[in-house]
Write a protein that binds this ligand. Structure first.
Ligand code: ZN
Length: 253
């Protein structure tokens, strides 16, 4: 068991939240009971995850996608009211880490995805002005043709990726960024990658990939961002002796 404030302070420090300028607050977003024994992890703090937290009698929920995004309607009505009311009524805290969880050099979504796919990390590139270096660069130790790498994605992530074929040579150099990072495809090309992997695709991403003969894979926003919250939750459970349960709420996007 750990005090909520100690858990939040430790996590904030571990993920260096102070050095990120994000689109949402990082850390404790909703305050519940003072002590945490059971922590529920998930990708997004959707209602189904909150319902699972109640079922498991959790004290806190840890996610990558929390609430209070820049530009959203700030009024607490409808879906937002129901979610917040659920947390407050049951005194369950919400801890959310967005960009700091993407970028963490050990527990982050990008690094954890590399482990799942057996990619060797060689560096970072691009990112945006807020967060430089959000695109990871690496290599496939065993260079694979595009269709074979698509098959690996399907097998490891349990979903068929969208694959826009690039050049005919095997893929060796890869760039990737989990989630909705399709706009970083240009940075992947500039970095000399054979392929770019992210979660989602836009209409224009397809043309960019085709015309630059760069392999492009969209393997799912949710599917590529499952691993950071799991790694962070497992770390916190070991550090503080907590009961951590990751709940997979399937999302086809
Ligand atoms: Zn995301």
């Amino acid at each position: 068991m750990v005090g909520l404030s100690e858990l939040a302070a430790y996590s904030d420090r571990l993920l260096s939240v102070e050095s990120f300028n994000d689109y949402c607050p990082n850390g404790l977003q909703v305050e519940g009971r003072a002590d945490v024994k059971t922590l529920i992890g998930g990708v997004t703090a959707c209602q189904a995850l909150l319902d699972a937290a109640i079922e498991h009698q959790a004290d806190a929920v840890l996610v990558h996608h929390g609430y209070f995004w820049k530009g959203e309607n700030p009024c607490i009505t409808g879906m937002k009211q129901r979610r917040l009311a659920t947390l407050l009524r049951h005194e369950i805290s919400l801890l959310a880490y967005h960009l700091p969880l993407d970028a963490h050099p050990e527990l982050g979504n990008n690094v954890q995805l590399a482990r799942v796919l057996d990619l060797t990390i060689t560096g970072t590139a691009g990112g945006n002005q807020r967060t430089p270096g959000l695109v990871m660069l690496g290599e496939l130790p065993d260079p694979l043709p595009g269709h074979a790498f698509a098959a690996r994605l399907a097998a490891r992530l349990s979903r068929t990726p969208l694959h826009i074929a690039g050049h005919d040579a095997p893929i060796k150099r890869l760039a990737w960024c989990t989630g909705g990072a399709q706009s970083y495809i240009e940075q992947a090309l500039d970095a000399g990658a054979d392929a770019f992997l992210t979660g989602e695709a836009s209409e224009q991403t397809v043309h960019f990939a085709r015309e630059n003969r760069l392999h492009f894979f969209a393997a799912g926003h949710h599917a590529t961002e499952r691993y950071g919250a799991q790694a962070l939750g497992t770390h916190l459970a070991e550090h503080f002796g907590l009961n951590f349960i990751f709940v997979e709420i399937d999302n086809p996007v």
